[in-house]
Design a protein around this ligand. Structure first.
Ligand SMILES: N[C@@H](CCC(=O)N[C@@H](CS)C(=O)NCC(=O)O)C(=O)O
Length: 221
């Protein structure tokens, strides 16, 4: 089957970009990746990204933005789908992805909080949500069992952030959620997830978090 020309507009550390890259790799679709500097984006970026965010997927020069919209588009043009056919199950996948989105945005609060109260609130909220996920998770190694699917695509970059932070700072998100931890590890060991970031990712991620004014930086190991 012939596919359109695909170019992913990226930023090295962006977890949302990673989702798009993971599914492109998983579906083995030929594509190009262009990294931009989000602090100084090129002028053309504003023409293709109305929300001024990455990822953007250029499809034969037409722009698609928002990570899950991009993932669903890629999924549709390259069957078989990473979603189940059953409408209820598919809706449940999407609901879980929304839950993962909420953890990801709270994680940004935690990473950049300069007040103890804000940091604690974010940490508490993340731990509470991971507890909910632990209770609901009923398959392994991936969300739906043996097959890597769309929920795994969406959560893998979140897991990379959580594990990356746990390894460098005195904060363990996984102490009471062994099943979520095993799921996270399985995702990070999966080839399309491994290959979705640049070789120097962890070093760059830690440099990105190295901010003297944050509570997180006081927890550096
Ligand atoms: N909801 C969006 C979120 C994308 C997003 O927040 N991207 C960040 C980078 S990780 C961004 O481009 N931020 C713009 C900036 O930092 O100027 C999606 O799922 O694609």
């Amino acid at each position: 089957m012939s596919h359109p020309n695909l170019k992913l507009i990226s930023f090295t550390l962006c977890p949302y970009v990673q989702r798009a890259r993971i599914i492109l790799l998983e579906k083995k679709l030929e594509h190009e990746v262009e990294f931009i500097d989000l602090d100084m984006p090129p002028d053309w970026f504003f023409d293709v990204s109305p929300l001024e965010r990455v990822p953007v997927l250029l499809v034969d020069e037409e722009a698609v933005f928002e990570s899950m919209v991009i993932c669903e588009f890629i999924d549709e043009i390259s069957p078989p789908s990473l979603y189940p056919n059953n409408p209820l199950l598919k809706a449940q996948y999407r609901a879980w992805i929304a839950l993962g989105d909420s953890v990801l945005s709270t994680l940004y609060d935690l990473m950049f909080a300069s007040e103890e109260s804000r940091f604690k609130q974010a940490k508490g909220s993340i731990i509470d949500r991971l507890d909910v996920i632990e209770e609901e998770l009923d398959a392994s190694p991936f969300y739906a069992g043996e097959k890597f699917g769309m929920v795994d695509v969406a959560y893998a970059p979140l897991f990379r952030y959580l594990i990356g932070i746990s390894s460098a700072f005195d904060i363990n998100f996984f102490a009471d959620v062994p099943n979520v931890h095993a799921w996270a590890q399985a995702c990070l060991d999966y080839p399309a997830v491994k290959d979705a970031v640049i070789d120097t990712y962890q070093t760059e991620f830690l440099a990105f978090l190295d901010r003297p004014d944050t509570i997180l930086s006081t927890l550096k190991k």
